[in-house]
Design a protein around this ligand. Structure first.
Ligand code: FES
Length: 531
């Protein structure tokens, strides 16, 4: 395996090579860059591969420009089984013609004895309508590239035999809590919780699979624009959610982990059943990470023109933002039942003009199914961003504002009450196809009738969020249950979800009688949110 940066790697076997998630160009409004820099690799050679695997359409995994320019169009694309045809359509548009449409959780035998299995996750909250993991076997050696996917458990992979290398995400990949308008101390405390939770989740997966070797991948990105520089984990801030591979290695050692391997871009890991040999493009990994700040500063200077060029392309003063948002969003609001009900209130966008001072406030009113000017009412969420960014989203007809605006971290946010996942699910579904899929998915969520005992409590077995098995992921501390898959918390006496609106948990004290007719109907109702 050759490390090629972030979530990207190339797997070479005698039966063929697989290039995974090659990402080089900045993503999300030129906010995210791969760390360490991978732009100097010999991409002509790396892109000359037999198979291409793109795990999902997030822009730090799907780099259209790079795929078009460097990856062989003779490569066969290993396609995850996603609910929409977007990935195939995008890759076809880039010139790829050979596709293997895999079936989720089914092993496919390729030429020469190479076997692969792709597990596709398809809830509206998994990536941009879908994320996936790739399992590979050749000559008795097995690799799981879990990537940044969050399967509820790893049973399917475990059943295929011992895994020799487990590659997975350990760092942050979201805007929370940095963009929230909160006092610094609160932000730091939330960041620390999040950072700890990320490590806990990673350790849980590692422990589930018990692979011979663990390779931390899929993050962190680095932020090279001066406006975002503070998000890099180089200031000793324990609330920073973007720890790097070296920090992971140290945290992992604290819980007894000794089998991790860090891959830099250009590192090569040779795996056999009982050994792993690694070569690196630097003399000392420790020195490399000790000089991280220097690496980033140099990279910042090199990439400055790229960022400036991107910024120069965002303004489209000819666009009437309110009118265009109405045209694009109101028909989708009309169709939306579950997501609109889940959001349950108005969401406000404060758009800061080119002068850096004037503000136009536009409200997406979910109950009234309208987009209009703000009318001084209470709103559920308020986002503040540059008008130029919204102009650009409208100009390019972006259907996924999570995979563009929100992941860019180029905004600030405030909200009343809890996190509301439906807000983000809606803004990643700004197309008929995606919206219908998401609505159908929520419609099909059935109550989960099975109960389990956790500590002194009887609770439903499956997490009301995304159905993680709470026998594995649930931790009870006093009256609070935490599901470690995404760290959501539930108040056990009331069943209330403490992390997000809706998502109520069925719970009672062990020994207390089950309420009549308690078959999970509460959980089913909660899926659509309580507004
Ligand atoms: S499945 Fe996401 S927190 Fe439980």
């Amino acid at each position: 395996m050759t490390g090629t940066g972030h979530a990207s790697l190339r797997i070479d076997t005698a039966a063929g090579s697989i290039l995974c998630d090659p990402w080089v160009n900045p993503a999300y409004f030129a906010s995210w860059f791969p760390f360490p820099d991978n732009s100097q690799l010999d991409w002509e050679a790396l892109g000359d591969c037999d198979y291409l695997y793109v795990s999902h359409l997030h822009r730090d995994h799907f780099d259209a420009e790079h795929l078009k320019r460097f990856v062989s169009k003779n490569a066969t694309v290993l396609l995850p089984e996603f609910p929409t045809s977007e990935m195939r359509d995008e890759l076809t548009g880039l010139g790829f013609t050979k596709f293997l449409e895999t079936k989720s959780d089914e092993v496919h035998e390729l030429d020469g004895g190479l076997k692969i299995m792709i597990q596709a996750l398809t809830s509206p909250t998994d990536g941009p309508i879908g994320d996936s993991s790739l399992w590979v076997e050749y000559d008795g050696i097995r690799i799981l590239n879990q990537n940044d996917a969050r399967p509820t458990d790893l049973t399917t992979f475990n059943a295929l035999g011992h895994v020799h290398a487990h590659l997975l995400q350990f760092s942050g990949a979201i805007w929370y809590p940095m963009v929230y308008e909160l006092p610094e101390a609160a932000k730091r405390a939330f960041g620390k919780q999040k950072r700890d939770r990320q490590f806990d989740r990673t350790f849980r997966y590692i422990n589930d699979l018990k692979a011979s070797h663990v390779v931390p991948i899929a993050g962190p990105p680095c932020f090279l624009d001066d406006e975002l520089w503070q998000f890099n984990d180089i200031f000793g801030d324990e609330g920073n959610i973007f720890p790097d591979q070296w920090v992971f290695q140290q945290e992992y050692a604290k819980v007894g982990g000794t089998n991790s391997i860090v891959l830099l871009p250009g590192s090569v890991l040779s795996l056999s059943a009982d050994a792993a040999e690694t070569t690196h493009p630097v003399d000392s990994l420790e020195d490399f990470f000790a000089r991280k700040r220097e690496h980033l500063e140099e990279m910042r200077e090199r990439k400055r023109p790229v960022i400036e060029a991107a910024k120069a392309s965002w303004r489209h003063p000819e666009i009437d933002v309110l009118k265009e948002m109405k045209r694009r969003i109101e028909p989708l609001l009309d169709e939306s039942v579950y997501l609109a009900k889940g959001v349950g209130g108005p969401v406000r966008f404060d758009l800061v003009g080119y002068d850096g001072a004037s503000v136009e406030s536009i409200v997406v009113d979910f109950p009234e199914k309208q987009v209009r000017h703000y009318a001084d009412e209470k709103v559920r969420y308020r986002f503040r961003t540059e008008r130029a960014l919204i102009e650009h989203l409208l100009f390019v007809e972006e259907i996924d504002w999570v995979n563009s605006l929100f992941l860019s971290c180029r905004f600030s946010a405030a909200r009343i009450g809890q996190y509301n996942e439906f807000v983000y699910s809606f803004f990643k579904c700004l197309s008929e196809e995606r919206l219908q899929y998401a609505e159908g998915w929520f419609d099909q969520q059935k109550p989960d009738a099975e109960d389990i005992k956790l500590g002194d409590w009887i609770v439903q077995r499956r997490c009301p969020h995304l159905k993680a098995d709470l026998t594995r992921f649930g931790i009870v501390d006093g009256n609070t249950l935490t599901c470690q898959l995404h760290g959501w918390k539930f108040d056990l006496p009331s069943g209330r979800c403490l992390t997000s609106v809706g998502h109520e948990l069925r719970s009672r004290r062990a020994g207390a009688p089950a309420p009549d007719g308690d078959t999970g109907a509460v959980a089913a109702e909660s899926v659509v949110g309580q507004g």
